[in-house]
Design a protein around this ligand. Sequence first.
Ligand SMILES: NC(=O)c1ccc[n+]([C@@H]2O[C@H](COP(=O)([O-])OP(=O)(O)OC[C@H]3O[C@@H](n4cnc5c(N)ncnc54)[C@H](OP(=O)(O)O)[C@@H]3O)[C@@H](O)[C@H]2O)c1
Length: 230
Amino acid sequence: MKRVCIVGVSGKLGRHMVRHALERGYEVVGVCREQSVGKLDPFKDRMTIVPGRTNDRGTIRSAVAGCEGVLTVLVPWGVQQYATGTAEAVLDSASPGARLVFSCGWHVSRDGRDVYPWRFRAFLRVFGWLARVVRFADIDDQVEACRRVFASDTRWTVVRGSDLEEGESQGLPVWSHHVGDPVLRSNRTRRVDFALFMVEALGNDGLIHEAPAIVGCQTRSALARESPLP
Ligand SMILES: NC(=O)c1ccc[n+]([C@@H]2O[C@H](COP(=O)([O-])OP(=O)(O)OC[C@H]3O[C@@H](n4cnc5c(N)ncnc54)[C@H](OP(=O)(O)O)[C@@H]3O)[C@@H](O)[C@H]2O)c1
């Protein structure tokens, strides 16, 4: 695989992904909102930047042309179904057979078998309601975006991130099928390692049609695991 596209590239996760992808020798194309292009100045000579909204089909179509992999950051910001529009644009425009890797949070469940702590559920309920009332974010939009990815016949992976923190890389996160599995209990991943998992997923066909929930490999619950990981 040579050429990859990062959709939503100007955010913190996106910029970490650029670094990992360049280190692995990928040719990188990135899409971000026009007003955010400046955030990519440190990389501007080493990547192609396509300014535009990530839910704009024309923008995505030109950015993903010729890409064998697409890394997409799905975010719940705003109330215009931005995440759903972004996912749809990528699913419809990517080259047939391309590896598609999407990011989201633990709250997205693929099969309804995730078991969430009550604090997590309470936070989601309150934050979700408040964010929608003040038109700041719509968590259900990210859920709907992932539902469409799960239903597609593309070669997708949806990476579900735990709570994130900054800091040096600790290595590739470990993952499990369901929130509630003991290995995930620490609920903490370095953002730089979330990005590493996304980029590594491009070359891992074992993750096709999986929705791994990830946790830092040096967290207490990851270190305490007894059984081999999936
Ligand atoms: N933050 C967490 O604790 C956490 C936990 C679990 C999972 N995740 C997942 O990790 C991924 C990255 O999240 P992050 O928090 O680290 O954010 P991030 O990487 O900093 O990215 C935020 C993205 O949202 C875009 N954005 C901001 N405001 C927007 C708006 N009003 N309309 C449209 N786009 C807007 C940004 O674009 P601009 O650069 O153009 O502003 C940027 O691409 C997401 O998929 C998230 O669900 C995050």
